[in-house]
Write a protein that binds this ligand. Structure first.
Ligand SMILES: [Zn+2]
Length: 880
């Protein structure tokens, strides 16, 4: 991994390949320690590349080359050479030819989980982004799309199931041996990163789906034996997704069979391999007693996401990895729309924005900030980021807002018409949006190229005599690495001028007239919008629905925020007003000022919302949720004291808990379970309110919180109840805590997904002893560095979801993370690098913590032989 010195790859250096591959025939002879792969490639010169006579240079890593021939004849050793990352063949025919390569690899030794590996005796592959080169020599880049035929041969007893992409072909036994084989044929050209192979002793559940045009598709979910009863929700979600994509985007599935395999050792959440999705089993397996509401919602969304990739990613793929947002941003947008359509749009929007703020805004504000479409990278695996995914989705959403829903659908149709079967660019996609709508999106394109979170500064002026309301907006995007100066962006802003009765006033914009849509566009650095015939001074509700991924800086008073919190017609902005008010209270409390008066009125506004029978339970739960500590830290941006932020937030939580005790206890009674568990939106909303209420009550009175929690635990009927209760209990320094955690482990120790939750619960506790506990748990017999889910549960939770413990004053949180990263890097560099991003905000910390964190980063950087993945994250983090 460290035999090649880290090099930067640039978008501007993109060149097409000199040879095209039309067909690939792969023959696998599986063995855990030695798997032999025979690859036959039908190649021809790529005239368009204009590189006639160039040598053929194929990617390959950790392979042993056994044989190589062209058109059936072995080639002389003088004609080819092999190094740690490639195979070069000179003097290849300048007409169509067949290259046959025989290689071996060692799946069992593959702890990186990239390429072909063995997980719990299952052979499994992960090829995105650059894992295929660890299976055979190939042009391992997304713009080389070929048809694949695969033959898999393996032992019949340990590998009764042999799967690959496409449609199934012949199967049979090999006479005189204990081995058998299966053939697979994928008629759709695909890039190598979508290749998949799975083999092992797996059970499956089957169902079917009839497409809109009447084609019957077989659906299968493969799992470990004995887990078949946990697949029903995933299967249901798959069928819902297939139907939705037909109805909303007119897109049908295109093979005879769609398969999903759940595995327990997986670097990612899930992978959209053509016709054979591979999933981290935590996103497949669910029963009410093993999975929480959050798990159910995630399973539904991730099944949908990977299925939607069949069109946005697989049929139309990316020209190069710089275009990653073309498939990811768009597909996240599609899965967000799916969840919004089948559940609550408002709840989904708020959840997505919370995620965006906690992860993407934080990324954008630090040394790892990069544009949605980066211009360079050292290791592409480091760019599966919140910016590419979540901000990428926001850009699709903004285009929909700008051109309208109908034009957006037309543009999507045009995109599939123009680029089906191709490797496309972001420019191709945006051109479809522009062509279908007639809008000029040249300025909009800067959103893809410019990093950083824009801030929009608001100045309001009402003229009672002239009845005009002037709204002056100024946009500023701060410098980010490599981008000191920023151009103004095209920012769509949902807007409402709210009258004192809570109703929206008509919008009559000077120079335009009455607005059809409550939307304005800011395209200049600074602009004044004058609204006419405004009868009374309005309260401004801006960026409704979070129409743009920006920060608003306004002089709005606390009274205005509390007014919007109670009355805004835009559900998102009602929540947003509560968040803005809470941020102001937290900041005031941090600065040591006396926030008492405002806190009181904030709490009484909250009381009104909780008592409002028109408001649904899921929304009440969201209104009770205070801004996260990371979000507050990101907003402060310098000399951050995470300990002080935690204390301020705890004080506000305590005040809410004690002042609203009566309402909260009443809600606690009203939200008790009636009947069996159902994962539908209403019941999910009820439970989310119930556990938000418990958390609030416990903040005001920990003994009462513990008592209610213990009672609930004794009567729990679902994992949602157990986790809902325990996640409050672990925040309390009460005697019940330890016994409850022990009992939970005793109850569930044989279920690895629930053991992950047990590790995460303890790592999430904002208590003084947490770091010590995490050190102990790293020695627990169930903790394994080679299992990504386990590492994420324990050390990932500590560093990404527990700012209090991670940023402990003595630097111990940073030391735990650095120790883990250093031990992990030789085993699994992708996960090591991912974990290291938790240091991304180190430079914004107050001096003492800043020095501790920096020292740990330097300790990692000084380690000889760092992986390219980790080197990139650490060196960029320190380079500020
Ligand atoms: Zn994806």
């Amino acid at each position: 991994m460290n035999d090649v010195s880290p090099q930067t790859v640039y978008l501007k250096n993109y060149r097409p390949v000199p040879y095209l591959i039309d067909e690939v025939s792969l023959d696998f002879s599986l063995g855990p320690e030695t798997t032999q792969v025979t690859s036959r490639l039908s190649l021809r010169p790529n005239e368009a590349a204009g590189m006639g006579g160039a040598p053929l240079v194929l990617d390959g890593e950790k392979l042993e080359l056994k044989a190589i021939s062209i058109d059936g004849k072995p080639i002389d050793t003088s004609r080819y050479s092999v190094n740690a990352s490639s195979l070069t063949v000179a003097e290849v025919p300048q007409k169509p030819f067949t290259l046959e390569i025989v290689t071996t690899c060692n799946p069992k030794a593959n702890t990186e989980l990239s390429g072909l590996y063995v997980s719990s005796n299952i052979f499994c592959t992960q090829c995105e982004a650059e894992g295929f080169r660890r299976i055979t020599y190939f042009y391992d880049r997304p713009d080389v799309m070929a048809r694949y035929k695969v033959r898999i041969e393996g032992p019949a007893d340990t590998c009764p199931v042999l799967l690959s992409n496409g449609n199934p072909g012949a199967t049979g036994t090999i006479p005189g041996t204990d081995r058998h084989f299966a053939l697979w044929d994928d008629p759709h050209p695909k890039p190598s990163y979508l290749f998949a192979l799975v083999a092992g002793d797996l059970a499956h559940v089957a169902d079917s789906f009839v497409t809109r045009s009447g084609r019957k598709v077989e659906l299968r979910i493969y799992v470990e034996k004995g887990k078949e009863d946990r697949c029903a929700w995933a299967m249901e979600s798959l069928k819902t997704s297939m139907r939705w994509d037909e109805e909303r985007f007119g897109l049908e599935y295109d093979l005879d069979i769609f398969m999903i395999v759940a595995v327990s050792d997986f670097n990612m959440g899930a992978m959209e391999n053509k016709g054979l999705n591979v999933f981290n089993d935590k996103y497949i397996l669910a029963l009410p007693e093993t999975a929480t509401d959050v798990d159910y919602v995630n399973i539904e969304a991730i099944i949908a996401h990977e299925y939607f990739h069949n069109w946005t990613g697989n049929r139309i793929t990316c020209r190069d990895w710089f275009q990653l947002c073309l498939k990811e941003g768009l597909t996240v947008f599609r899965d967000q729309e799916f969840t919004s359509d089948i559940r609550s749009r408002a709840v989904k929007r708020i959840a997505d924005v919370k995620l965006l703020r906690a992860n993407q805004f934080t990324e954008d504000g630090g040394p790892l900030a990069h544009p949605v479409r980066p211009a360079s990278y050292i290791e592409i695996n480091n760019f599966y980021t919140a910016t590419v995914y979540e901000k990428g989705a926001e850009l699709c959403r903004m285009m929909l807002t700008l051109i309208g829903r109908d034009a957006f659908r037309k543009a999507m149709d045009l995109y599939f018409e123009r680029h089906d079967g191709e490797a496309a660019t972001v420019e191709d996609f945006v051109r479809c949006m522009a062509d279908a709508s007639g809008r000029d999106l040249n300025q909009f394109f800067s959103w893809y190229e410019q990093a950083g979170t824009p801030e929009v500064i608001v100045v309001e002026k009402y003229n009672a005599t002239a009845k005009t309301y002037d709204l002056t907006l100024e946009q500023v995007t701060g410098p980010t690495p490599g981008q000191p100066d920023k151009a103004p962006l095209q920012i769509p802003l949902g807007i409402g001028l709210v009258g004192s009765d809570g109703d929206d006033m008509p919008l009559d914009l000077e120079g335009v007239g009455a607005l059809n849509e409550p939307l304005i566009e800011l395209t200049e650095a600074k602009k004044t919008f004058r609204f006419r015939n405004v009868a009374r001074k309005p309260v401004l509700s801006l960026n409704r629905g979070f129409s743009a991924p920006i920060r608003i800086k306004s002089g709005a008073s606390m009274a205005d925020q509390l007014f919007l919190m109670k009355t805004d017609n835009d559900t998102f902005n009602r929540w947003e007003a509560a968040q803005t008010a809470a941020h102001a209270l937290l900041r005031a409390s941090l600065d040591g000022r006396k926030p008492a008066a405002d806190t009181k009125s904030f709490i009484s506004a909250l009381r009104a919302v909780l008592n409002d029978s028109e408001v649904d339970q899921a929304f009440k739960a969201l209104m009770l949720g205070l801004p996260g500590e990371q979000e507050v830290a990101t907003l402060i941006g310098r000399d951050v004291d995470p300990g002080a932020i935690h204390q301020a937030r705890e004080r506000l939580r305590a005040e809410i808990g004690s002042s609203l005790k009566d309402v909260l206890l009443d809600l606690w009674k009203k939200t008790a379970a009636k009947g069996a568990y159902r994962p539908n939106p209403d019941e999910t909303g009820r439970r989310s309110l119930r556990y938000a209420v418990l958390y609030a009550i416990a903040g005001g009175d920990s003994a009462l919180g513990a008592k209610l929690a213990m009672n609930q635990l004794a009567n729990s009927t679902s994992m949602t109840d157990e986790i809902g209760t325990l996640s409050t209990l672990v925040t309390l320094d009460v005697p019940e805590r330890a016994a409850a955690l022990e009992a939970f482990y005793a109850r569930h120790h044989s279920d690895h997904l629930i053991v992950d939750k047990w590790f995460a619960l303890q790592a999430s506790a904002p208590l003084a002893g947490t770091n010590q506990k995490v050190r102990e748990l790293m020695q627990h017999r169930d903790f394994k560095l080679t299992t990504p889910n386990r590492v994420r549960s324990l050390v990932g939770t500590l560093s990404m979801a527990n700012p209090f413990a991670f940023h402990a004053e003595d630097g111990e949180g940073y030391a735990i993370l650095a120790d883990t990263i250093l031990a992990l890097d030789p085993l699994n560099p992708q996960i090591a690098a991912r974990m290291a991003t938790a240091f991304r905000s180190w430079a914004t910390l107050e001096e003492k913590r800043r020095e501790f964190a920096k020292a740990q980063l330097e300790r990692i950087e000084a380690q000889p032989g760092l992986s390219r993945d980790l080197f990139e994250i650490v060196s960029k983090s320190l380079a500020q």
